[in-house]
Design a protein around this ligand. Structure first.
Ligand SMILES: [Zn+2]
Length: 231
């Protein structure tokens, strides 16, 4: 019963996408290849609502950047595997205005639909990518339910929700549940509704395979050891 959930954003070269929230396609390929060679089952986020496999990997891509759809769909496909892409309906086909000066193109509806046809999940990343914990109650519901309705209108079947910036509160969890979701992606977990706020490991540009494995396996162990040594 263990699932490694990885959180990516852009997938491109340093020249095209920079270092911030980006990994090179060759880095992503080394990660996919490692988990595939280990025989782990690749699951989409929505599938975590059901029985958990004994060992699985869940590759998630926030914001559904054009570069992620372009490279990750192809690379996962090379191994016969699947991932989850979190789209922001109001910005589909436009640019990630929340990145400010580093705004990058976001995938179009057709691209999202063909990724879904290839077995990937297109998940709910809210209507406009706000910090949900800073909104009024009605806006929290509008962001999650509204995004769900738009995705469905466009022929997509979101099986999970992902809170922008990993920011959520009890109202976000309630809104997610009301919209019919059992699975939510965060960064830090919440004990009360574990499936609706699953912790993920954010993958950075410098996370070559050895560094990613250090992050996943060794660092938590070292932290725990340090914590135990505290008086
Ligand atoms: Zn995001």
């Amino acid at each position: 019963m263990s699932v490694t959930i990885l959180c990516y954003h852009k997938v491109g070269s340093l020249e095209d996408e920079g270092r911030s929230l980006n990994v090179r396609p060759s880095t992503l390929k080394s990660h996919i290849s490692y988990f595939a060679r280990k025989g782990l089952l690749f699951v989409t986020a929505g599938e975590l609502a059901g029985e958990w496999p004994s060992a699985a990997a869940c590759f998630t891509f926030d914001d559904a950047y054009s570069s992620a759809l372009e490279h990750a769909v192809d690379l996962l496909g090379q191994f016969g595997e699947r991932g989850t892409f979190y789209a922001v309906p109001e910005f589909v086909g436009l640019a990630s205005s929340w990145d400010g000066e580093r705004a990058r193109p976001l995938a179009k509806w057709d691209t999202l639909r063909s990724a879904q046809s290839a077995g990937h999940e297109i998940g709910n990343h809210t209507l406009t990518h706000p910090k949900l914990d800073e909104l009024a109650d009605a806006d929290v519901e509008r962001e999650i339910q509204g995004a769900h309705d738009r995705l469905v209108e466009e022929g997509l079947h979101p099986g999970s929700v992902c809170y922008p910036y990993g920011a959520y509160d009890d109202r976000s969890l309630k809104a997610a549940e009301q919209a019919g979701y059992k699975v939510g992606m965060a960064v830090r977990p919440i004990a009360a509704s574990p499936l609706l706020a699953l912790p993920r490991v954010i993958v950075a540009y410098s996370d070559s395979l050895p560094l990613l494995l250090y992050k996943l396996n060794l660092r938590p162990l070292l932290r725990r050891t340090r914590a135990l040594q505290k008086p």
